[in-house]
Design a protein around this ligand. Sequence first.
Ligand code: ARG
Length: 460
Amino acid sequence: ESTRLWGGRFAEGPSPQMVALSLSVHFDWRLAPYDLQGSRAHARVLHAAGLLDDDELQAMLDGLDQLEADVRSGKFTGTEADEDVHTALERGLIERLGTLGGKLRAGRSRNDQVATDLRLYLRDHVRTIVGLLIDLQEALVGKAEEYADVVAPGMTHLQHAQPVLFSHQLLAHVHAFARDVDRLRDWDRRAAVSPLGAGALAGSSLALDPAAVAADLGFDRPADNSIDAVSDRDYVAEFLFAAALIGVHLSRIGEEVVLWNTTEFGWVTLHDSWATGSSIMPQKKNPDIAELARGKSGRFVGNLMSLLTTLKALPLAYDRDLQEDKEGTFDSVEQLELLLPAVAGMIATMTVNAERVSSGAATGHALATDIAEWLVREGVPFREAHEISGAAVQEADRRGVELYDLSADDLAAVDARLRPEVLDVLTVDGALGARTTHGGTAPSQVAAQRNGLRAAIADQ
Ligand code: ARG
């Protein structure tokens, strides 16, 4: 027996195919706690409007409490006969309260109800996701502290470029996740608008108080336009963008860990508890968390594209198309809530093989820029300095040695302007120590950056 909310004008029941297509309770059940929260606020506003007396309000709130307890314990769930979570919960209320349960729908449509539920759901989960992003930043800063002085070959094009502190590279990822937190906090400001009171699209002839409902539900204010209130899904699209970018950030650090963990790099060793084995090759220890971090970026981006495509050219106000806003959103939320703690744990427990990382820091002629900049300080135009340093690289290559293996005489033979003092900058420590610009890789700068991040994370 169906519990449809809209049977009155229909002479015939719905076809099974239409019911199957229309059904959303199997996924929008996630909204149940938020729907109940909205129902309590709505009951109070009906009472304030004189549409429920004191006893009715109390019975209604008790019924909603009971229903909530039964939802939490699993004693009450939506079924296939319920079109969606809103239908199911109204059935649950009527089962508990009889006809009184039918009074709650006054002045409320599923259109403003679902928009409210989804905002409540997202604002709640975004708080969780922000907490997880903070944990991940702490794991990265912790690793950067643990290996503060390890020198590494900094890369561009995945080629040795200039020496950097390995911790500088770890902290680079922290900045990305800090921006993600900032973005979500900023998102929350715009998401804190309550659609309830808009009804189907036009507002209500009943004496509702949208501002009171908004305050009751923790929103900053009620929507100023009832059509926008039920049509707007910007808050979902913006969230999905923020989630996609977090996914992309996770994929970039994921790829680096995969690379660092290869036998060829050998820079990091993952903790056994945060790696997986092979079903056939007994020796294998695979970086599956890092690979899943890389791989899942596809669905985060896909969920954003999917919603934008649904919204494109969708006429105002509510259209059933909008039901398609939910599955991708739940997916992005749930995947982030799985992925972030796993990546944080993998980072927090990995060992950095310091000797291996630093052994190649200056190889590949990674100090060539230091020669050029030394010449610039000697008054040589950079254009010539670049040529001279390049000639020294050629000379080293010709001999099959590194730049730092060339003697003062060798260098002078390349160009007379390469006086013996140039040897002072041909060391990793010299190269690192000299990069003292704000945000540079000099140990003093990196330490200041780390302290700054620590303080910023504490403020998040
Ligand atoms: N389940 C719908 C959704 O997710 C809400 C129901 C609105 N249905 C309607 N016929 N107005 O968007």
